[in-house]
Design a protein around this ligand. Structure first.
Ligand code: NAD
Ligand code: TYD
Length: 358
């Protein structure tokens, strides 16, 4: 098939946000997608089953730390952009074992940047100026807010508190340096907590849904009053597409959902939607399952994003409210029992035993 619209290389496209992004991209854009993913415990090619026979989609299993593989892939596929999602992404896992976080998030991003720089330096002038390296990062690099502090802006000082956020902060600095030093056309997006279909059930929202459905205790860390700014994953995918097409190289853009909610309120909302949709579950009302457990070490109190820059400069705004997004998400988990079965075996059970003694 002729490929007049070029190709984008997505890393980590078999994970939660990456797979939503690829589905969203192929439904909205003509350009081809190559997905480079190592398939760690968090990567699941089944997330992309619906596009596996789309001739615009190609999957390559591999590690972003493997520089030979990345160099070959860039030469073969000649992408006009790299959208970099691949990372170790779970704070609790980074507390138990930070090594993989430094390896993939810091060294992996460095390897990818170096190979991207070699590729970008060798392409012709027109391709060079159109090329983009979009790095997907997090609000957690800014640290923790008190209840009254203003939301994080792009100029907030970095103050990462967990091995996860420190590794993401390091990668953000490397990306920034490649623009400043080499003039590479990079873009960085820092987004808040995502939720939606295909999220691995180690993260709060899918974990609560699954535990509520099966009558297991719902673990809430500490006093449950930590605040996150929830962003529906499809809104995030749309934001990335917007920044990729119109963002100014060298800039960073904060992406948030305008949904600051306390953890305990997230949990009780899920429980009441499930009371309505699943009145015959083993334990109803589902909120009877809420169990306060030992707090996460170094638990950040509050994250909040000021997304004014992307809104005023690029015209992006989230479409989903938390009420509408959480209903869609719960319904997706109810409709996708086989997906849940496929991700909750083996290593998942091991993780639950380590983290919650369940
Ligand atoms: P995820 O853990 O669901 O998926 C990560 C993907 O990266 C997996 O498919 C995994 O196999 C792949 N991967 C890991 N190490 C790799 C390596 N060395 N080489 C190639 N592939 C590798 O993560 P996610 O939630 O989809 O997050 C995607 C990105 O967005 C990450 O960079 C994360 O830091 C960032 N982010 C996520 C959130 C969130 O709420 N999930 C919020 C802010 C930022
Ligand atoms: P999580 O989904 O792990 O995202 P992050 O740590 O990146 O914000 O957690 C969201 C919030 O929910 C966070 O404040 C920790 C809390 N939490 C619980 O209370 N219980 C849980 O079992 C998990 C996984 C998280």
């Amino acid at each position: 098939m002729e490929n007049r619209h070029g190709t984008i290389l997505v890393t980590g496209g078999a994970g939660f946000i990456g797979s939503n992004f690829i589905l969203h991209w192929l439904a909205s854009e003509p350009a081809h997608v190559v997905n480079l993913d190592k398939l760690t415990y968090a990567g699941n090619p089944a997330n992309l089953a619906s596009v596996s026979s789309d001739r615009r989609y190609n999957f390559v299993q591999g590690d972003i730390c493997d520089r030979g593989l990345v160099a070959d892939l860039l030469l073969k596929t000649r992408p006009r952009a790299i959208v970099h999602f691949a990372a170790e992404s779970h704070v609790d896992r980074s507390i138990h074992g930070p090594d993989d976080f430094v390896r993939t998030n810091v060294n992996g991003t460095f390897s990818l940047l170096e190979e991207a720089r070699a590729y970008w330096s060798a392409i012709n002038q027109a391709e060079k100026s159109g090329f983009r390296f979009l790095h997907v990062s997090t609000d957690e690099v800014y640290g923790s807010l008190s209840a009254t502090e203003p939301a994080f802006s792009e100029t907030t000082r970095y103050a990462p508190n967990s091995p996860y956020s420190a590794s993401k902060a390091s990668s953000d600095h490397l990306v920034r340096a490649y623009h400043h030093t080499y003039g590479m056309p990079v873009l960085t997006t820092n987004c808040s907590n995502n939720y939606g279909p295909f999220q691995f059930p180690e993260k709060l929202i899918p974990l609560v849904i699954l535990h509520a459905l099966s009558g297991k205790p719902i673990p809430v860390y500490g006093d449950g009053l930590n605040v996150r700014d929830w962003l529906y994953v499809n809104d995030h995918c749309e934001a990335i597409r917007t920044v990729l097409s119109s963002g100014r190289p060298g800039e960073t853009y904060n992406i948030g959902g305008n949904n600051e909610i306390k953890n305990i309120d997230v949990v009780t909302t899920i429980c009441s939607v499930l009371d309505e949709l699943r009145p015959t579950d083993p334990i109803v009302p589902h909120k009877k399952l809420i169990t306060f457990v030992k707090d996460r070490p170094g638990h950040d109190r509050r994250y909040a994003m000021n997304a004014t820059k992307v809104e005023t400069e690029l015209g992006w705004r989230p479409k989903e409210t938390f009420e509408s997004g959480i209903r869609k998400t719960i319904q997706w988990y109810l409709n996708n029992e086989p997906w849940i079965q496929s991700v909750t075996s083996g290593s998942y059970r091991q993780w639950m035993a380590t983290q919650y003694s369940l």
